[in-house]
Design a protein around this ligand. Sequence first.
Ligand code: PHE
Length: 356
Amino acid sequence: MALDLEGWDGEELVIRRDAPTGAWIAIAIHSTLRGPAVGGTRIRRYPSVSDALVDVLRLSGGMTVKNAVAGLPCGGAKAVIAVSTDLIGSQREALLERYAAMIESLGGRFDTGPDIGSTEADMDVIGNVTEHVFCRSRAAGGSGTASPWTAAGVLSGIRATLRHGMGSEDLNGRRVLVQGLGEVGGVLIGLLHRAGARLLLTDTDPARVEAAMVRLPDAEAVPPEDATSTECDVFAPCAIGGILNSDTIPGLRCSIVAGAANNQLLEKADADRLRAAGILYAPDFVINGGGIIRGVGAERLGWTDAQIDARVEGIGETLQAIYRDAERLDISTAAAAMRIAHEVLTAAPPIPAGIA
Ligand code: PHE
């Protein structure tokens, strides 16, 4: 996909080449309308710097609507660190410290947290330089990894989608294909297994599949290239974005798509393609909000564990409302979710914590 800066409707893009490592750092603040913009830091290799920029711009907009639908008093942003090799040790730490200084220089307009390729330990390093970071380790005063809450929200969302699409939320015997066995997918498969689902597992890293098969010997491994063409009830994308597109959608053999990955649709039209194919799609920015609800709820809003769990569980109800709207208005589920986000974003911004 080509870089289209003019087509981006965000507020601020900060880009820096980190000379010591050759990494490119990009922070995209999409919206501060509802509060400081919050979004994770993705650390990975990209084919080119413009690919990294395309990703960060798209992801930042997704965070604005995610945080809005989740009812959080935050705007949306994302950061990408495009590395040329996998950085470890002191080199990684030094890069993260320079990145953290960039965050600090934004004066609170951007708060970050973990995302693909970044860890709790990375958040601790960032936290040595700036306060504007979520999900540091508990030892360092943070709330720890949020992935289990993302996974819990996805499970609630899968159940709600099954209920709407297939008449029952019972996972017993349902075939669920999980693509991506990382921080979130790895937790999700345990939850699904406990709920009685028949698991199909795939990852581009064979070691992850092997490790998961040891834990869950009843599961079936699926080659990565068959991820989007294997028959199942629920396809749960939990890896990188763009997996639902004009190439893959015609080959899908599932009734439901409901997973944790951000930006699952390559383009807007893919929502209609899924709808035309009779596949019920759980909009990614709704179903994967559990992690940020946990991070922001625990660290900024003072929510109790019970309050956080109730909000995360509530993702299922939000999705049910979206499915009803989509039917009533004869639009895609993604469009129905965007309508809710738009309503929230055009209403009065929330009162900042501490003033009310
Ligand atoms: N990676 C998370 C997401 O996409 C971002 C996040 C930020 C999670 C802060 C927790 C806390 O939603």
